[in-house]
Design a protein around this ligand. Structure first.
Ligand code: BEZ
Ligand code: FE
Length: 291
């Protein structure tokens, strides 16, 4: 058997994979091995650099627990999450585009009535979101749910606070005409968690860790593709340089400022407030299968 060399080693490893029963797994692993080997050859990786890479991945694993997923943060900050999104969620015109889920989603947010304030008592400027959930052709979708979460006005998610109480989260269901409305606080830009190896990597690369202000939503309706998305605040200083590359033009919206007065739902506001008017477009499952 010939010695393994820089020239023949890749093919030798790929040959070992050829017998894998699962064809897709075989394809993905073959490609991974070929790209990894090409990376090592291209960079002429030193042993010290190889060791530093192993140490970095080990530290990334050690930072993970049931509340923190440092590997997803790594994927997000290297643009891999958004590349997977781009490949898997191509949307027709009129359908709301998707973006990253992020690490701060919590299942089981409380169901709240249409028009509720999902951020009662939370620090921040009030904002009234309203609009419809519709099909791309404009047909209203009744009974759609919006699962909403955001930072408070100081840029912190509830799960990052020591008390662990759910805040600025709620689920709202559209009426028969597809209308939704809710109050929350205006999101602000905030840094992704930087106290782990990914934060150190960002710093070493000379990258800032900020995400532009956004409100997260998962919008779902029976018979339709669920969309995981955000609405971003137009004019935010980080819109062009999101640390996780998750901004899409169609998701950047006007937060319209208002003086104290009466809001569209009749609520008397004794402080300044904001409003956002946005229609979410959901693709039906059959429509997507046919596309
Ligand atoms: C977020 O928007 O919550 C988020 C997304 C990716 C990485 C960190 C935070
Ligand atoms: Fe976020």
């Amino acid at each position: 058997m010939p010695d393994k060399t820089e020239v023949n080693l890749t093919d030798a490893v790929v040959k070992k994979i050829e017998g894998a029963a699962d064809a897709r797994f075989r394809q993905v692993m073959t490609s991974l091995v070929r790209h990894l080997h090409a990376f090592v050859r291209e960079t002429r990786l030193t042993e010290a650099e190889w060791r530093a890479g192993i140490d970095f991945l080990t530290a990334t694993g050690h930072k993970c627990d049931h509340k923190r997923q440092e590997f997803i943060l790594l994927s997000d900050t290297l643009g891999v999450s958004m590349l997977v999104d781009a490949i898997n969620h191509q949307k027709p015109d009129g359908a709301t585009e998707s973006t990253v889920l992020g690490p701060f989603y919590v299942q089981g947010a409380p169901d709240m009535p249409l028009g509720a304030n999902i951020a009662e008592g939370v620090e921040g400027e009030p904002v009234y979101f309203s609009g419809k959930v519709v099909s791309p052709d404009g047909t209203p979708i009744g009974g759609a749910t919006l699962d909403i979460w955001s930072t408070d006005g100081a840029g912190q998610y509830d799960v990052q606070r020591p008390d662990g109480e759910l805040r600025a989260r709620g689920r709202i269901t559209t009426d028969a005409q597809g209308n939704y409305a809710f109050w929350t606080v205006k999101p602000v830009s905030y840094p992704i968690p930087v106290d782990g190896p990914v934060g150190k990597m960002m710093l070493t690369l000379g990258r800032h860790p900020y995400r532009p202000a956004h409100t997260h939503m998962i919008v779902a309706a029976p018979g339709h593709e669920t969309v995981t998305t955000h609405l971003f605040v137009k004019g935010d200083p980080y819109i062009e340089s999101d640390a996780v590359f998750a901004v899409k033009d169609s998701l950047v919206v006007d937060f319209v400022p208002h003086e104290p007065g009466v809001a569209p739902d009749g609520k008397k506001m004794d402080q300044a407030w904001w409003s956002v008017d946005y229609h979410f477009g959901l693709v039906s499952r059959t429509q997507n299968a046919a596309a």
